[in-house]
Design a protein around this ligand. Sequence first.
Ligand SMILES: *[C@@H]1O[C@H](CO)[C@@H](O)[C@H](O)[C@H]1NC(C)=O
Ligand SMILES: *[C@@H]1O[C@H](CO)[C@@H](O)[C@H](O)[C@H]1NC(C)=O
Ligand SMILES: *[C@@H]1O[C@H](CO)[C@@H](O)[C@H](O)[C@H]1NC(C)=O
Ligand SMILES: *[C@@H]1O[C@H](CO)[C@@H](O)[C@H](O)[C@H]1NC(C)=O
Ligand SMILES: *[C@@H]1O[C@H](CO)[C@@H](O)[C@H](O)[C@H]1NC(C)=O
Ligand SMILES: *[C@@H]1O[C@H](CO)[C@@H](O)[C@H](O)[C@H]1NC(C)=O
Ligand SMILES: *[C@@H]1O[C@H](CO)[C@@H](O)[C@H](O)[C@H]1NC(C)=O
Ligand SMILES: *[C@@H]1O[C@H](CO)[C@@H](O)[C@H](O)[C@H]1NC(C)=O
Ligand SMILES: *[C@@H]1O[C@H](CO)[C@@H](O)[C@H](O)[C@H]1NC(C)=O
Ligand SMILES: *[C@@H]1O[C@H](CO)[C@@H](O)[C@H](O)[C@H]1NC(C)=O
Ligand SMILES: *[C@@H]1O[C@H](CO)[C@@H](O)[C@H](O)[C@H]1NC(C)=O
Ligand SMILES: *[C@@H]1O[C@H](CO)[C@@H](O)[C@H](O)[C@H]1NC(C)=O
Length: 810
Amino acid sequence: MLGILLLTFLLCDADSTCPTELNPLSLEPPEIIEEYGASVFVNCTSTEEFHDGMKWKGDSDMEEDEIFICKELFMKDWNMEAQCQIILNKSHTCSKDLKITIYKNPEDVQVFPASSSAVEGTQYVLQCDIINVAPVQNLTVRWYKDDNIIKTDSFTNTTKTPVSESSVLTVNISRGDSGAQFRCEAQLDVGPNGPQTPVSSNYSPTVSYAPEFKDKTDIVDIYVEEGDNVTLNCEADGNPSPRFRWTNDGVDISENTNNLYINQVNTNTTYTCTASNHVGNMIKQIHVHVVKTTMATTTPKPSDPKMVDCPLTMMPAEIVVKFGDPVSINCSTSATDFELLGWEATIGGKTSEMSSLTWEVDKLEAWHTEPKCFITIDPSQCYVIPNITVYKTPDKVSVSALGYRPMVEGTEHQLTCEIINVAPVRYLTVKWYQDNEVVQTQTFNDTSLTPVNEYSTLNVTPKSNYNGAHYKCVTELHLGPNGSETFSTESAPYIADVHYKPHIQSWTRNYANVEHNISMDMVPCHVDGNPQPTVQWYNKGNLINGFEPLTRTQSGEYTAVFENSVGNISTIVDITVEYSPSFTCDDRYDVEENGKPQTTCEPEGIPAPIVTWFKDGQEEPLPQHWTRKYSGEYLLRATNKHGQANHTLDLNVLYAPEFTLGNDSMVVTLGENVTFNCSAKGNPEITIVWKYKSAENVKETTRGSTKVVNITGATSTNAGVYLCSAKNKIGTVTRSVTVTVTLTVNELPLYLPLWVPIVLGIIIISLIILYFMARKKKHGQYAFVPDKENERSEIPMNPVSNGKTNGIKV
Ligand SMILES: *[C@@H]1O[C@H](CO)[C@@H](O)[C@H](O)[C@H]1NC(C)=O
Ligand SMILES: *[C@@H]1O[C@H](CO)[C@@H](O)[C@H](O)[C@H]1NC(C)=O
Ligand SMILES: *[C@@H]1O[C@H](CO)[C@@H](O)[C@H](O)[C@H]1NC(C)=O
Ligand SMILES: *[C@@H]1O[C@H](CO)[C@@H](O)[C@H](O)[C@H]1NC(C)=O
Ligand SMILES: *[C@@H]1O[C@H](CO)[C@@H](O)[C@H](O)[C@H]1NC(C)=O
Ligand SMILES: *[C@@H]1O[C@H](CO)[C@@H](O)[C@H](O)[C@H]1NC(C)=O
Ligand SMILES: *[C@@H]1O[C@H](CO)[C@@H](O)[C@H](O)[C@H]1NC(C)=O
Ligand SMILES: *[C@@H]1O[C@H](CO)[C@@H](O)[C@H](O)[C@H]1NC(C)=O
Ligand SMILES: *[C@@H]1O[C@H](CO)[C@@H](O)[C@H](O)[C@H]1NC(C)=O
Ligand SMILES: *[C@@H]1O[C@H](CO)[C@@H](O)[C@H](O)[C@H]1NC(C)=O
Ligand SMILES: *[C@@H]1O[C@H](CO)[C@@H](O)[C@H](O)[C@H]1NC(C)=O
Ligand SMILES: *[C@@H]1O[C@H](CO)[C@@H](O)[C@H](O)[C@H]1NC(C)=O
């Protein structure tokens, strides 16, 4: 027994595995690598000539007499499999799987920039989309820049069906990359049978960069002779090509040229050139100095001896004079033994023998004036130079924006303040105001005393709330002792026009209004943006007209997309379209007792209407549960804030049958008549059925909802249980009547003495006679009995016969 089990086990084992050395199958070709849609012949050959059958898995035909089977395979199923199977004998089954690779060369390869623009110094992103390729794990994406591989991508998804993939290339772009060719090559590598040439796509970016001066300098000094003609050079590179703007001592020269030709220079002057494109801007200052060739090198003034305790007093000792204004300084001495007191100056020099002398000039028109008050006290001379500051407030202070306009939120912008002709610049402070707040302060180190033009730059990265901000540039000349005298000049405001993406300031998450009087444009919202954003409404992904009134079926979630040139923002609002109540329920309602009234005839309407029930003109409060007394006709009035609806309905409260009487038992005397009934009520209409042992003397009559059972002349067969069941569609109830048939006490003695003793007597006599007869036979005593004896034995046993005596059962 154990031996057989073991054998069976071994056979089963041999069956499930086919030892590779015994597998007689080989496939030609052993592996298929084919394009989707192709067809291939496969030949499965067995080296074993004798076998019990060969077939392809899935085929039903079994070849028994062949050593090879062929099959044409159509590459139409991405997950296709093929297996050749052979039954060698009862115990060995072998199979061979065909390796199948179905490929699909990419349908399309597309390179496109994923960055909005290629700006030098930023990261530039190119994306390559490879559309519908299979199997993606054998796909290699190579990125080339001008034939040099710069990146390789492969994919790990093992799906066999075609997929679309993307590869992303990030480069630090520079101007040298302009015109370079970026190529994305998608190569499907499935072996020599597969596609050999890659599918590729090219893209050549144009790189923009801020202007840059060719001579790389931004302050240039040019020395010319008076009357010379000169060309000022402001050549700059940039992409897009820069625009040029020139000013001369703060005055615009409307010429967009990189070289400015100036005819006959006569005075020292400053030219400013601004080269700008949308990426940025550069400013160059060219100072043109006119020098006299004839002039010899000026010898510095010899430093005159100055007596520390020169007995001179200046009134005032320090003075601030506006260029061109009058000035007067009194010089006096406390000395008495002096010879001469005098002023040495280019204008207004004088001498006196008095102890006080005033230097006066009606119009001070020299930037550097150092009048000396001297005193000669024999044998020496000493002097004092009063501290005179000649100033000039700027001719013009103005703010302008460079680069593209308007400003865009989050993008850096430059404002330039031009200050024309101011002196002395070392006492100048430039304050930038944004509205009333100082945001930047600048001072200058230039020690020149003559008027110069200055520039101050403010970098602003505007926020949305900077829109409409007033930018001002205020120059302050702090003069006098400790800057006690201040002369301010203010530029006209530059009003910022800041473009910014829409912001939601206030929003309604839920909005409800009545049907036909609600549309999306009514939803209260305050969305800010510059330029003024437009709004589009979507419901379940579909664009809808915001002005079109909505109907009751259109409640739901809506998405608003606010958009302007800077960006967009979206938000969601739940719309409830309200409408007045209406009834769609039936005119008649069958409800079951104990059912809940709330679900009976519910009106439509939003907000949910309040329903009032009226019966006979009186409001009828609804009970917790229906009871039968609520049957009747009602008027229902549904009310919500948009209106009212009436509906009349007939309410019919259904309930299961109920008996008016309980279980019962009846006693009837034999031969008497008896009547009992079954009566029940219920809604709807009930049916009453009696169940009992039928007999001829039992009759049923129906009186209304009562079913009567009449037994006429009751017999013992009428005894038993009579079941009455009452039924309607709500339920069934059953009650029973137990009928007992009895003999009356008066009747019994009438019958019993008459026949019972007679019958008993006859039986006893018969038994005695039979006994004696049996004894005689046993003892051989036989007696001849006369015929009378026979006659005696025929004595009727039932001398009293009465139809009513047959088996009384009670
Ligand atoms: C299948 O292969 C067998 C054995 O190599 C060869 O005899 C038979 O001709 C082939 N059948 C076809 C249809 O090529
Ligand atoms: C079935 O065939 C295999 C291989 O030909 C052989 O080794 C094995 O003995 C056979 N078994 C039976 C029961 O014939
Ligand atoms: C492979 O790609 C298919 C189709 O795009 C996708 O459904 C599946 O989730 C991917 N599997 C893995 C492991 O990424
Ligand atoms: C690109 O620039 C980033 C940051 O400036 C730097 O970290 C990265 O190494 C650069 N990549 C290349 C390829 O130069
Ligand atoms: C295809 O990819 C799979 C998985 O990476 C690899 O095993 C197989 O060798 C590849 N086929 C070819 C022809 O390179
Ligand atoms: C400058 O140009 C003017 C004509 O435009 C000419 O008359 C003058 O001689 C030139 N000056 C010099 C120094 O070449
Ligand atoms: C012009 O500039 C030169 C060089 O800085 C200077 O020597 C000369 O005095 C200046 N001329 C005038 C009129 O300021
Ligand atoms: C001005 O002088 C201060 C102090 O000497 C120095 O730190 C600053 O860089 C100078 N500014 C300019 C624009 O030369
Ligand atoms: C002249 O006055 C200025 C400003 O008050 C002061 O900075 C400077 O030192 C004074 N010069 C002399 C020579 O006193
Ligand atoms: C409903 O009935 C009430 C009184 O019966 C009446 O005043 C009202 O106009 C009715 N409403 C409608 C909409 O018929
Ligand atoms: C019983 O009913 C029958 C028929 O209705 C009638 O003839 C008979 O007299 C009744 N018997 C008694 C005892 O009431
Ligand atoms: C049944 O009995 C009732 C009451 O005794 C009597 O009124 C009725 O007529 C009887 N019906 C029949 C069919 O005998």
